[in-house]
Write a protein that binds this ligand. Structure first.
Ligand code: PMP
Length: 437
């Protein structure tokens, strides 16, 4: 392990300098700032298929807008759907038929979803799911796992992944102590810790919230049956299981991670979606058991609302994306992820770099350790310092990849054999840079 190398080693662009004058850190979401790898973020001008473009050059993109770009950037059918929706009006603040259509598409794919409500961000989805679980059970405690990220709602910023992990923060300033008193953090994949907590406090627990498969501390697969175990513990004590599929939903299979996690069948009480469900537009959702969902206003006492909720451009993008995301798309994404992770691993092995490919379906990350990681503590213990040189070598070869060792790589259905081969051509040099770090 080690601290990030100096950002001064890498060129700082004029746009980044200008952005930093008017936007804190020059970015609207912290990980984008390249804080842990140094240098300047690539300012994107446009994107198409597997590519993003700055004003100066083309990059093969492995960020995929952090998940939404399952079909590749600016898929013509999705763009056309959004354009046609825009011509009919940008926002109504009243119900539309498109919301029903998108709801039906989700319910058709994910069995435990009986009813669904659309919001604009993943943060809103998890925040509402937590409020709903508390309102439904009349209990306060919510259990989360260290290294899981559920958005930036106050009570979920304890021991969170993503940017909170990237910047080495244990939590956030500005969160009142009282707000986090009812959040209990447990180590991921630790059944014993869950059992003990439920034995002592089971009657006070409203919910467990967990990433369906964690991918905000790098990818950390759940041990087989872990989610089913969580559901069983919840059921015994009257708590709810909230499965956060914001990142995995409609990405790792047509029914998300839940759809490939049924060796021991289980039904989460609530699920959260984001990213792919909006096809790149601001749209997210929570859904699940009808008797729980009906506790939301206007039917029930749990309040939630949104001026832009169910926005017509966003629902148009979501409907087009889910309609296009068929078995062939998931097969293509799986093929691309397998070829890419295998190839990157081969280069790292040749360069003598200790590493493990951490993988869940088409989501993967590189862990710089020979020992697979099952928890946040394992992830922290890797050779983090190898990531910045690996990252910058690939970036200079025209590969736009996540600027943090704590994030997953995202491929799309447009990452075909030729694109993967171009990335793998650049991999040996990047692996050598990692070896020399
Ligand atoms: N949950 C998970 C699992 C996520 O990965 C994210 C975002 N990366 C969120 C919630 C929050 O979503 P948003 O950024 O749209 O608020």
């Amino acid at each position: 392990t080690g601290p990030p190398r100096s950002r001064r080693r890498y060129h700082v662009s004029d746009l980044f300098t200008r952005a930093q004058r008017v936007i804190p850190g020059g970015v609207d979401s912290p990980v984008r700032a390249f804080g842990s790898v140094g240098g300047s973020p690539v300012f994107i001008d446009r994107a198409s298929g597997p590519f993003v473009y700055s004003r100066e050059r083309q990059y093969i993109d492995l960020v995929g807008s952090w998940g939404p770009a399952l079909l590749g950037h600016a898929h013509p059918v999705v763009v056309d759907a959004v354009q046609r929706a825009a011509e009919r009006g940008l926002s109504f603040g009243a119900p539309t038929e498109a919301e029903i259509e998108l709801a039906e598409l989700v319910i058709d794919r994910v069995d435990p979803v009986e009813k669904i409500r659309f919001v604009s961000t993943g943060t809103e989805a998890t925040m509402t799911a937590i409020r709903l679980a508390r309102g439904f059970t009349g209990r306060d405690i919510v259990v989360k796992f260290a290294g899981c990220y559920h958005g930036h709602e106050d009570s979920m910023l304890v021991a969170a992944g993503s940017g909170v992990a990237t910047f080495g923060m244990s939590s956030s300033a500005g969160v009142p102590k009282g707000t986090v008193e009812d959040t209990v953090v447990l180590p991921y994949n630790d059944r014993e810790a869950v059992t003990q907590l439920f034995a002592s406090h089971g009657d006070r627990i409203a919910a467990i919230i967990t990433e369906a498969a964690p991918a905000n501390m790098g990818v950390v697969p759940p041990e087989p049956g872990f989610n089913a175990f969580l559901k069983a513990e919840c059921e015994k004590s009257g708590a709810l299981l909230i499965l956060d599929e914001v990142l995995t939903g409609f990405r790792v299979s047509r029914a998300g991670f839940w759809g490939i996690d049924q060796a021991t069948p289980y039904e989460p009480d609530l699920l959260c979606f984001g990213k792919v469900i909006g096809g790149g537009m601001p749209l997210a959702a929570l859904g699940g058991r009808a008797d729980v969902m009906d506790h939301l206003a206007p039917l029930g006492p749990v309040y939630q609302a949104g001026t832009l909720s169910g926005n017509p451009l966003a629902t148009a993008a979501g409907i087009a994306t889910l309609t296009l995301a068929d078995d062939e798309v998931y097969a293509a994404v799986d093929r691309a992820a397998n070829a890419l992770s295998d190839g990157l691993s081969r280069s790292l092995t040749s360069a003598g770099v200790a590493h493990t490919i951490q993988k869940v379906g088409s989501l993967f990350s590189i862990l710089f350790s020979d020992d697979p990681a099952g928890s946040y503590d394992d992830v922290i213990a890797q050779d983090q310092f190898r990531y910045a040189p690996f990252f910058h070598s690939l970036l200079s070869s025209g590969i736009h990849l996540p600027p943090s060792v704590f994030e997953a790589y995202f491929v799309s259905a447009t990452h075909d054999e030729e694109i993967i081969a171009r990335i793998l051509d650049a991999a040996p040099e990047a692996a050598r840079a990692a070896a020399e770090a």
